[in-house]
Design a protein around this ligand. Structure first.
Ligand code: ATP
Ligand code: MG
Length: 316
């Protein structure tokens, strides 16, 4: 047994990504136990605060995706309970989770991100959907990519090829969130780049190249084994891989993130585009961060144990 003491893995939550989070949490739990850590799984529900109060863990590993897990709210509560946790602070998580905010911050740090328009549902409704969409089309052209400004797992996201498809894509998006992010569609190769900081500064893990066999990296392509091919190390030229790695570290630093993150990028020609960054990256069997750790020769459980130890020592 390790000398870390008892830790909690948080998984579940009430977002659309609950099922994915439970899979991530189980995997982290198993890996931690294999690494000799006394770990339990807890959901973000009414039993959490009494459980933590009765038996405070040495540290918490948040594996809750989507709102609550990644928007800072659960971290705010862990802070209230004075329980140390792995990963970014509540404040930093909030900026990272809001895609338009994150895009603005990383653009300020020199990264390129797809041209975009952010539209809250009320603006869209109050000003007349079609008049607004005409202007969006005039500004961004086609094809487009519509997704919730605050979301995950590509839920509510649609590629738009023609102007006629745009209204439905907006409605689908508003089914998952109050604000739509409409971006130019960027063709190219998708990369997920994990960043890990074990106390010696943030470093990129090997970028994972993502090739969905059906063409788009949607919910099914993410979580059904065999629907997507992953290459790590990737097959892109070394200079582009190096630039993608630098971009992920730049995003991690610019957003003030801690411990670990995963930045999603598209390499289009010779350009690297920042899509978004995740502060509670997926840890399922088909998720890219565990693949990147394995490619770097790192054991998942040992790495998570190390991150928990760092959090416990830091104390917040
Ligand atoms: N501007 C774009 N151009 C082309 N494809 C895009 C664009 N934006 C997003 N995508 C595609 O949609 C997917 C989901 O988008 P994104 O990663 O921004 O959001 P997400 O739903 O929060 O994902 P995650 O589960 O990784 O948190 C991407 O993996 C990519 O395949
Ligand atoms: Mg993503």
């Amino acid at each position: 047994m390790s000398d870390l003491g008892h830790v909690l893995v948080l998984a579940g939550g009430l977002s659309a990504e609950r099922a994915v989070s439970l899979r991530s949490g189980e995997r982290v739990l198993d890996a931690l136990r294999d690494a000799g850590v006394e770990a339990d799984l807890a959901d973000a529900d009414a039993a959490l605060i009494p459980a933590i109060t009765a038996d405070p863990p040495a540290a918490v590993f948040p594996a809750i995706h989507g709102a609550c897990g990644e928007d800072g709210s659960i971290r705010e509560v862990l802070g209230l309970l004075s329980v140390p946790y792995v990963g970014s602070t509540a404040v930093a998580s909030r900026s990272a989770f809001d895609k338009p905010t994150a895009k603005a911050v990383v653009a300020g740090a020199g990264l390129r991100t797809p041209a975009s328009v952010t539209l809250p549902r009320e603006t869209f409704r109050d000003l007349g959907g079609s008049a607004v969409l005409d202007r969006v089309l005039a500004r961004l052209g086609l094809p487009l990519f519509v997704k919730p400004a605050r979301g995950g797992s590509a839920l509510g996201a649609t590629r738009v090829q023609t102007a006629a498809e745009l209204p439905n894509a907006m409605m689908t998006c508003f089914g998952y969130g109050d604000t739509a992010l409409v971006e130019e569609f960027v063709p190219g190769t998708e990369l997920a780049v994990g960043v890990l900081d074990l106390g010696d500064g943030p470093r990129a893990l090997p970028p994972v190249e993502i090739h969905p066999l059906g063409g788009s990296y949607d919910y099914a392509a993410r979580y059904t084994a065999g629907q997507t091919e992953f290459f790590v190390p990737g097959r892109l030229p070394a200079d582009l891989v190096a630039r993608a790695s630098d971009a992920a570290v730049t995003a991690h630093r610019a957003l003030g993130l801690r411990d670990l993150s995963r930045t999603d990028l598209i390499v289009s020609g010779h350009e690297v585009f920042f899509l978004e960054v995740n502060v509670a990256p997926g840890m399922t069997e088909t998720s890219t961060l565990p693949m990147a750790l394995a490619a770097a020769g790192r054991d998942l459980g040992v790495t998570c144990r190390e991150l928990l130890r760092i959090a416990a020592t830091r104390g917040d």
